[in-house]
Write a protein that binds this ligand. Structure first.
Ligand code: ZN
Length: 189
């Protein structure tokens, strides 16, 4: 059984961004926080977040949806546009990094338990799907990334979603998957 359930919201999110890349051009998976409100209500879906960018480009910086993938507070994965869409999320990294937007503000709050469970399942598979190592998973403003933001004071996704821990989680997840495959094939550890 496939433990990942991805809800396709591409049409509903109003994807109009024609700027595409090849799958091979993607070199990193990048974590972001996204917390926007519509009339005081948290936008907790790909559709509503894309709608806020379309409606308020002057203060969100762009009318285009920055995140092909959104992880909602209930741990659901929603897709807003194809992974090969070049989206405006990290300045000079837009062409090569695939953006995952986690709903919340991880400067001040922990991910929900469901989001943590989603990270465990999704991130190793996502990294593996592009032939990456755990090191290819990064946080938007973590030290060492050159020109990933125009705003030096920005902190994304925040200390409660630490990329170092996520990379370790990916390593452990990839090992677990490999061992499971070997066990299924009859190997005894
Ligand atoms: Zn970000």
């Amino acid at each position: 059984m496939n433990p990942l359930r991805i809800t396709n919201k591409i049409a509903a999110s109003g994807d109009r961004n024609p700027h595409r890349r090849h799958v091979e051009d993607i070199t990193h998976v990048m974590m972001h926080r996204i917390e926007v409100f519509d009339d005081g209500v948290l936008c907790d879906s790909a559709e509503s977040i894309a709608g806020q960018f379309r409606a308020h480009p002057e203060w969100l910086g762009t009318p285009d949806m920055p995140y092909p993938l959104i992880v909602t507070t209930s741990g659901g994965i929603e897709q807003a546009c194809p992974l090969t869409t070049v989206t405006p999320h990290a300045w000079k990294w837009n062409e090569r990094a695939l953006a995952v937007g986690w709903v919340g503000d991880f400067r001040t709050s922990e991910p929900t338990n469901q989001q943590a469970a989603c990270a465990n399942i999704m991130l190793p598979i996502l990294v593996q799907a592009f032939g990456f190592e755990a090191d290819n998973l990064v946080g938007h403003t973590e030290p060492g990334l050159e020109k990933a933001t125009r705003h030096p004071e920005k902190v994304c996704p925040g200390k409660h979603m630490d990329p170092v821990s996520l990379r370790r989680l990916v390593e452990v997840g990839l090992q677990a998957k490999a061992r499971e495959t070997l066990r299924e094939a009859g190997m005894v550890f």
